[in-house]
Design a protein around this ligand. Sequence first.
Ligand code: PBG
Length: 325
Amino acid sequence: MIRPRRNRRTPAIRDLVRETTLSAKDFILPVFFHEDAENTPISSMPGVTRWSVDGLVKEAGEAFALGVPAVVLFPKIEEALKTSHAEESHNDDGLVPRAIRALKAAYPKLCVITDVALDPYNSDGHDGIVQRDGQGELHILNDETVEVLCQQALCHARAGADIVSPSDMMDGRVAAIREALDSEGFQHVSILSYTAKYASAFYGPFRGALDSAPKEGDKKTYQMDPGNSREAIRETLLDEAEGADMLMVKPAGPYLDIIYRMRETTTLPIAAYQVSGEYLMLKTAAAAGWLDEKAIVLESLTGIKRAGADMILTYFAKQAAVWLR
Ligand code: PBG
C-alpha cells in the first residue's frame, strides 16, 4: 500500500523531505525612526519602536548580528518640513541620508534599502504630488511625481543606499529611476519595485506609526484593487521591462495567490511584505494568549515563502531569527 505517512514518521525523515525552510537570511527588517533623541514605543504597533538615529544603528546592528542581511528605512518627518512638493524627500542633509551614512559607517556590509515615495514628506499625505481641480477633486500627478522620485532615489544613492525601493505605484517610475541612477554613476544600486502593492486596510497601523495617512481621499487611484490578480501580472511584465532587479508583493498573507502567480511569470527574485496589519493580528492574538506566537509567526512566514517569495519584509525579523537559531 502507498502510505504518504512514512515520509512523516520521524523528525529526521521530516527534515529530509521538507520543501520549504526559513532562515534569518530570508528576512528584511523594516525600521521606523525620527529626529528625536528618544526611542519611542509605537502605540499602533505593540512591540515596535520608533528609533533615534543612534537607536536605529543599534537595532540594525543587532538584526545583522542575528543573520538578517537587510533593513528598510521608514522615517517620520517633522510636520514643519512637509510641503506639497515634498522637497525634503531629496535633501542630502535630511533624516534618511544621515541615517544611511550612519548605518553604512557602523555596518558596511549591512544591506540598506530605502523606501522611495513621497507620503512621509508630503503635506497631503499621499505618495505623489496632489493637485485639486476646479470641482475640488484631488488628482495625483504621475509624471511630476516621478521626477521627484528620481531625485529622492539619487539622494539615497549618494548617501550609500544599496537598494532603492519605490512604493509609490506611479506609472513608469522604475524606468525613470533606473535611467537617473545610471546617468549619475549609480549603476550598482538596485531597484526593488513594489510591483503589486494593493490599496489595503492592512497598512493602517503603519500610517499611525509615521503620521502618514492621507489628509484627504484614499490611495485607490494608484494602489491596486484587492479584487485583481491579472493586473499584478501586467505590472510584473512592465517592471521587468523597465529594469527592476527584484519585485514585491504587498501585503503578503492575504495575497499568497499573487506571489504564486508572479513566481510562475518571472525569473526575478520576489519579495513579500508582511505588513503592519498582519503583524498586529498575530501579535495581539498572541498577547491575549489565544495563539502560540512562535508557532504562528514561523508558520505564517513559511506560508509566504512556500507561495514563492525569496525574501520577506517582516516586523518579526529579529524575533524569528532568534527562534530559528
Ligand atoms: C508608503 C508605504 C506604506 C507602507 C510601506 N510604504 C503605507 C501606504 O502605502 O499607505 C505600509 C507598510 C506596512 O503597513 O507595514 N509609501
